[in-house]
Design a protein around this ligand. Structure first.
Ligand SMILES: [Zn+2]
Length: 304
């Protein structure tokens, strides 16, 4: 008698864009995704999201991977690079086009400006040499999911987002399509990432459904912002974290609402062992302390 297949292993991931050094903001996502995966007895993968060459810094991907290693955050399995996966995105796009879920769009940004930048129907007669491809989002298309930190999240994708881009007019792949193809391709069961992507998640779940792919569990972590309220990666002052690995891990840990580790472990490996034993996901705040009103506990604000 054949035995039933064992349940798929839990697998999390960290997916940085190589736009600069690993900074304190991206370390929150790296550490949070590592803790959630390891706590579930699962694997932790890393994917380099290098879809947008003009935004990339030379050598940044290697520097980020080296920084993760110095922090003791060593990925299981091969590191994926989105720049090498265009054929897979093209195959997914072809399936969406064949099924009538996607369409070629000649509208310009100016055409859409009168509709608040949202696309719900093509402008008649518009032609351009470099059309985009969009997903058709019909009226009434709403997606709801249960986030591990934010609870029930619902978005009317038609009303709030409209027909969204899958392949850009400049030929680059849109993030939404690539991340859906890659999460499925890497067997990711648990997506743990920054809350700046919370409103992208309904689009990704819609694409998963249309492509017949599984939907992972989602956890959106609070974002570390700079003094001006900008995401840290966009801040000029986003300092790399390598100088003192344990201090950097401690800061990310406190930002995740966790109680200080005592005694303070001497190095990253011992620190991660202690953190995994002490990790309490229910303490993760919804928003950055002092920045957003919606927190369901009162973490100690890390001195940012
Ligand atoms: Zn159009």
């Amino acid at each position: 008698m054949p035995r039933p297949a064992p349940p798929a292993p839990r697998r999390g991931r960290f997916a940085p864009s190589p736009t600069g050094p690993l900074h304190a903001g991206s370390l929150v996502a790296a550490l949070g995704s590592w803790l959630m995966a390891r706590r579930a007895g699962g694997e932790w993968r890393v994917r380099i999201e290098d879809l947008d060459p003009p935004r990339e810094a030379p050598g940044a991907a290697q520097a980020q991977l080296a920084a993760l290693h110095r922090l003791g955050l060593v990925p299981d399995g091969p590191v994926l690079r989105q720049s090498a996966r265009g054929a897979l995105y093209a195959a997914a796009l072809a399936r969406l086009l064949d099924a009538g879920h996607a369409f070629v769009c000649h509208c310009s940004r100016a055409d859409l400006a009168v509709h608040g930048g949202l696309h719900r129907a093509c402008v008649p007669g518009a032609r351009r040499p470099d059309p985009a491809v969009r997903l058709r989002v019909p009226p009434g298309c709403a997606i709801a999911f249960d986030d591990g930190v934010h609870g029930r999240v619902r978005q009317d994708v038609h009303a709030e987002v409209g027909d969204f881009v899958l392949r850009r007019a400049d030929g680059l792949w849109a993030y939404q399509l690539a991340v859906v193809v890659d999460d499925a391709g890497q067997g990711i069961t648990d997506v743990v990432r920054g809350a700046d992507l919370l409103d992208s998640t309904p689009r990704q779940i819609l694409l998963q459904r249309l492509l017949g792919l599984p939907t992972p569990a989602y956890v959106h972590l609070p974002l570390r912002l700079d003094e001006a309220g900008r995401k840290l990666s966009k801040s000029l002052g986003a300092a790399p974290v390598e100088d003192d690995p344990v201090a950097a891990l401690d800061a990310a840990w406190r930002f995740l609402g966790q109680a200080p580790l005592a005694p303070r472990p001497p190095g990253p490996s011992a620190w991660l062992v202690a953190a995994l034993a002490a990790f309490a996901p229910a303490r993760i705040p919804r928003g950055a302390p002092g920045r957003l009103a919606a927190t369901h506990n009162a973490p100690d604000p890390e001195g940012a």
